[in-house]
Design a protein around this ligand. Structure first.
Ligand code: TXA
Ligand code: MG
Length: 523
């Protein structure tokens, strides 16, 4: 098929209107993204949209109108809420879903008994609908699964030769698709966030809900409230996109250590690897404007792995977050936790060696045992609490008698628990103060102390008991009985393995490759 490229001149708009009236397909600009339009009442023309996009037939289309009243014949009933929303937001980037009238065929509605309607703000879009003389069914004008087009050139990339015409109307104003709000549920529910925010809608009709799938993705057995939720969307074709939940500093320090990776980040981020930006950190409108462009640019590079800086999910940011987390197929690295890795395991398993390797790989190591020894000097609130529990005489001339404290605190299990209850929170706090960038918390009592809650992933280093026994007898010059007593106060190999996300075996196995595999999986 020969696809005409049209301008926004009146004569071209009239021609495009005729094409639609005669059952053809025309891509056109709207204020959100480009749409791919056909006469909504012409089943055959609407079917051709699904074919051109490669879109699953159960994913319904939005019907676009040029005047507010044009919604009336399309729906069973215009509810009070619908009337208020139309007054407040039509024309604009809001789509409302209502029970459909008999005029809406099943091809447009994907077999549902509802219809999605929107009146675009873009004057070219409305002039085209007027010139067509019918409501225009239009999804975004991209091939199914790709980012929606925010420039005519992206429509050309996806649709050339597949449709009758493309109107080049310049860049889209908003850059993310319209907010989709269903009024066919008990409480109005946002099925897709957009530039008309939850707060803006609530200001006119009161409480609205946000479908769970908007921010969290769908469970396997969940029925999609909106069919579009369940399909793969926006992802780059060649590169793997991973979202990084991190502060600006954490993100920069993380990506700057990555080799062969790209950063998808904000303009002001200081990254030394190749970067593609999507707006400014504190400006969600600029992020929405540029995101799809940035996602398409990724595919023009040789990027294989792209780390995306997470946007804030409030206001228009909710739309940006929703599109980006889909583009990342819900792969998120969480570096907001102070520690990237919590490393634990029984005595003699070789945590020390493993820490050395992490250190060489650029991780900072925070040693919980060291913090435990320093805590009495640093945290002045602890000593009075210990005196209350273990006797005033544990402090002599202003200094702590560590031997006396140890005698009493390790005399019974209960006493040890009391000691831990007082010291563990302070130790973890001190460890957290030392955390920075990519960081390992080396903590034999990671789980007992609650330190695991501050780690992105946990890793156990384990080894056979005999191996460990020999190691600590030789290393610490203790007897076999003393060594066994130490073990009995700790978790077993199996308990460490069960509690941790990953395990490193150290009976002679290759530590480097095990660590490499773990990092490959989590970062
Ligand atoms: O900004 C926009 O909305 C753009 C421009 C062209 O208007 N259009 C657009 O259409 O993004 P599309 O088809 O790419 O996305 C429409 C979304 C889909 O996720 C679809 O599943 C959902 O709206 N949808 C449409 N009708 C629905 C209905 N009756 N019930 C639930 N979801 C519906
Ligand atoms: Mg779409």
């Amino acid at each position: 098929m020969n696809t005409k490229i049209l301008t926004t001149d009146t004569s071209d708009i009239s021609l495009a209107g005729e094409i639609i009236a005669n059952g053809g397909l025309v891509a056109f600009p709207t204020e959100t993204v480009y749409g791919l339009g056909a006469n909504a009442f012409d089943e055959k023309a609407v079917k051709a949209i699904y074919t051109a996009k490669g879109r699953p037939s159960d994913n319904p289309l939005i019907v676009h109108i040029a005047k507010k009243d044009d919604i009336i014949p399309l729906v069973q009933e215009l509810t009070e809420e619908a009337k208020i929303l139309i007054e407040a937001f039509f024309p604009g980037p809001l789509t409302i879903i209502l029970k459909k009238s008999s005029k809406i065929n099943n091809v447009v509605s994907g077999g549902l008994d509802t219809v999605a309607v929107r009146m675009p703000q873009n004057k070219i879009a409305r002039a085209l609908i007027n010139a067509s003389g019918c409501p225009v069914a239009a999804p975004s004008a991209n091939s199914s699964g790709l980012p929606s087009p925010t420039k005519a050139k992206y429509v050309i990339d996806d649709m050339m030769g597949k449709i009758d015409a493309i109107i080049d109307g310049g860049d889209s104003d908003f850059g993310v698709e319209s907010t989709v709000l269903t009024l066919a549920t008990d409480v109005p529910t946002i099925l897709r966030p957009g530039s008309v925010t939850k707060e803006m809608i609530e200001a006119v009709i009161g409480k609205v809900e946000v479908a769970k799938a908007v921010l969290e993705g769908m469970q396997n057995d969940e029925v999609a409230q909106s069919p579009g939720m369940k399909y793969k969307h926006y992802a780059p074709q060649k590169a793997k996109l991973i979202m990084v939940n991190a502060t600006k500093e954490q993100y920069e320090s993380f990506v700057n250590q990555q080799k062969d990776a790209y950063a998808l980040c904000f303009e002001d981020d200081n990254v030394t690897i190749p970067k593609i930006t999507y707006g400014k950190e504190d400006d969600d409108i600029s992020q929405a404007h540029q995101l799809f462009d940035a996602l398409r640019i990724i595919d023009t590079t040789d990027a294989k792995k792209v780390y995306a800086r997470i946007p804030s999910a409030s206001g228009v940011g909710m739309a940006v977050y929703n599109r980006l987390i889909r583009a990342a197929a819900f792969n998120v690295i969480d570096l907001k936790k102070p520690f990237t890795i919590g490393l634990t395991g029984p005595s003699g398993a070789g945590k020390g060696y493993v820490c050395e390797i992490f250190k060489k790989l650029g991780f900072k190591i925070v040693d919980a045992d060291l913090c435990a020894r320093q805590i009495f000097d640093i945290n002045k609130e602890i000593l009075p609490q210990l005196q209350k529990e273990f006797g005033n005489d544990i402090i002599e001339n202003g200094t702590l008698n560590r031997h006396l404290l140890a005698d009493r605190a390790f005399a019974t299990k209960e006493a040890t628990q009391q000691l831990n209850a007082i010291t563990h929170p302070a130790i973890i706090e001190l460890c957290k103060q030392q955390a920075q960038g990519l960081c390992v918390l080396d903590a034999p009592q990671l789980f007992e102390s609650g330190g695991n809650a501050h780690c992105y992933k946990t890793v156990a280093v384990v080894a056979d008991e005999e191996t460990r026994l020999n190691r600590i007898i030789n290393r610490d010059g203790i007897s076999e009985n003393q060594a066994r007593a130490r073990f009995s106060a700790q978790l077993t190999n199996q308990q460490y393995i069960e509690k941790c996300d990953f395990v490193i075996f150290n009976n002679g196995e290759d530590l480097h490759s095990q660590i490499h595999n773990i990092l490959e999986e989590i970062l």
